[in-house]
Structure formats: structure tokens, C-alpha cells
Ligand binder design. Structure first.
Ligand code: NDP
Length: 245
């Protein structure tokens, strides 16, 4: 933990939904949080000390923008100690209709973008000899919903990537873990076809969708001291939807 200012946290895709809830979780615990998104415009919860929050426009598919965002955070607060790689998109369609562009857009953002920010964060964490990286995957990695071949591939890819990274940096005091949310009430879920949503909701053992705050609790735990002996893990937060998978 850094001095009095709290830990330095970066949340990609932190302008809304799950990422914004994660930012709020860390801010509530006195950490300093930088959120990124393509459009920018992320806001901190009311009453947040403006010295502890920064909103940056940064597309994770743009290597130059990622470098600039990290430099801006480092200039302001020092190296990122906790990275939440959360930025994600969907481009759902059946495989036979999925063009290369829809495939690459999802892989570039959800998998390569996460690799890019993790690699950049890790370089400084290795020197610090501490750090926490949490990837936001999805239940889709395990259940493989129809129309989501690109998304499922990217989200499953995060799991393998996280485990490799976890082994590479374990000796440096860095943990790398994955949270796999189920159906969570955000703009992304709202965009899902109504019938499919109803069908999926009916399969959730806990009988409801999750809230962004419930995902943030799991992310926050994996970044906490209490999770010091957890690395390479996949933590489902899905109301039991992918139980046993
Ligand atoms: P939202 O669509 O509500 O938010 C996505 C966030 O990612 C926004 O801040 C968006 O901002 C940002 N983003 C998208 N593309 C990029 C990019 N290229 N570079 C930087 N930021 C980007 O989604 P959720 O909050 O629902 O999803 C967050 C994560 O959780 C995603 O990885 C998603 O796959 C995962 N997830 C969500 C589930 C759900 O049911 N909601 C279930 C399982 C997993 P902007 O558009 O301005 O870039």
C-alpha cells in the first residue's frame, strides 16, 4: 500500500457499469482511482475528493493512448498498483454472419486490450515487487452462448492469459486473477435481445440478475490484502449460472 494517499488503481472501461462500480468501491476505501474509456466522461461518486479521481479518454485498442494514460497516472500519483482490466464490448451475431471485423473488434478490445494494459502495468509492478491485476471475464467464457463466438473466445482467452501471467509474476509479489460475472444490470445487458435475456435469467439459480456493485465486491476482494494467497483464480459472480463449469 502506498503512503497516505491510498493505493493507485486503474480501471479500464470505468465510465459506467461494472467499471464505474469498481471505481466507486476503491474510492470508498480511500484509494486513488483513474478510470478510462474511449469517450471519457467517467465521474466519481458525489463527495469524492477530486485529488483521488481522474477520468482519462483511452481506447485500449490504441497502444499510444494506453502509454499516454499510464504516463499521466504515473506523473500524478506514481505507478499503478491495482489494475482492473474491465473494458469490453459485444458484437453478437451467429458465426455464419460474423465478419472478420466483428471478430477482430471484440478480440482486440476484450483480449488484446487487456493484454496491453496488463503488460504495461506489470512492468512497473515488477519493480515495486507488488501489484494486483484483475481481469473481468464473463460467464460467456464457460457457457458459450450462441451468437457470442467472438466474445466467448475473448473471455475464455483471458482465463488462460491470466494463469500464464500469474505464474510469470508470482515471485514478484504480484497476483493475477479473473472475475467472471454472470448477467449484470448494465448498458451491455440492456442491449441483449429481450427473449434471450429472459431465457438466460430463468437459468440463474439465484433467480435474478446481478448488480455492478456485487461484481465490484469480488474485484475489490481480489485486490485486497485478504486475497494475498489467491492467484490464477477464476471467481464466478453469477448467481450460480455457470456452477460446475
Ligand atoms: P458497459 O457497456 O456498461 O461498459 C463498458 C465500459 O467499457 C464503458 O466504460 C466503455 O466506455 C468501455 N469501453 C468499451 N470499449 C473500450 C475500449 N476500446 N477502450 C476503453 N474502454 C472501452 O459494460 P459492462 O459494465 O456491463 O461490462 C464491463 C465488463 O464486464 C466487460 O468486459 C463485459 O464484457 C463484462 N461483463 C459484463 C456482463 C454484463 O452482464 N453486463 C456479464 C459478464 C461480463 P466507452 O464506450 O466510452 O469506451
Amino acid at each position: 500500500m502506498s503512503g497516505d494517499g491510498g493505493r493507485v488503481v486503474m480501471v479500464t472501461g470505468g465510465s459506467r457499469g461494472i467499471g464505474a462500480a469498481c471505481a466507486g468501491w476503491f474510492l470508498a476505501r480511500g484509494d486513488r482511482v483513474a478510470v478510462t474509456s474511449r469517450a471519457g466522461g467517467g465521474v466519481a461518486p458525489e463527495g469524492t475528493d477530486p485529488e483521488r479521481f481522474v477520468d482519462l479518454a483511452c481506447d485500449v485498442t490504441d497502444a499510444h493512448a494506453v502509454e499516454q494514460a499510464f504516463t499521466a497516472i504515473e506523473d500524478r500519483w506514481g505507478p499503478v498498483e491495482i489494475l482492473v482490466a474491465n473494458a469490453g464490448i459485444t458484437r453478437d451475431t451467429l458465426v455464419l454472419r460474423m465478419d472478420d471485423e466483428a471478430w477482430h473488434a471484440v478480440l482486440d478490445t476484450n483480449l488484446t486490450g487487456a493484454f496491453r494494459v496488463a503488460k504495461r502495468a506489470m512492468a512497473k509492478m515488477i519493480r515495486l515487487r507488488r501489484g494486483r491485476i484483475v481481469f473481468v471475464s464473463s460467464v460467456g467464457a464457460f457457457v458459450g452462448s450462441p451468437g457470442q463466438a467472438n466474445y466467448a473466445a475473448a473471455k475464455a482467452g483471458l482465463v488462460g492469459m491470466a494463469r500464464s501471467m500469474a505464474r510469470e509474476v508470482a515471485s514478484r509479489g504480484i497476483t493475477v486473477n479473473v472475475v467472471a460475472p454472470g448477467l449484470v444490470d448494465t448498458d451491455m445487458l440492456a442491449a441483449l435481445d429481450g427473449d434471450r435475456r429472459t431465457l438466460m435469467e430463468a437459468q440463474v439459480p439465484l433467480g435474478r440478475t446481478g448488480t455492478p456493485a456485487e461484481i465490484a465486491e469480488a474485484v475489490g476482494f481480489l485486490a485486497s490484502e485478504g486475497a494475498s494467497y489467491v492467484t490464477g483464480a477464476v471467481l464466478p459472480v453469477d448467481g450460480g449460472l455457470a456452477m460446475g463449469m
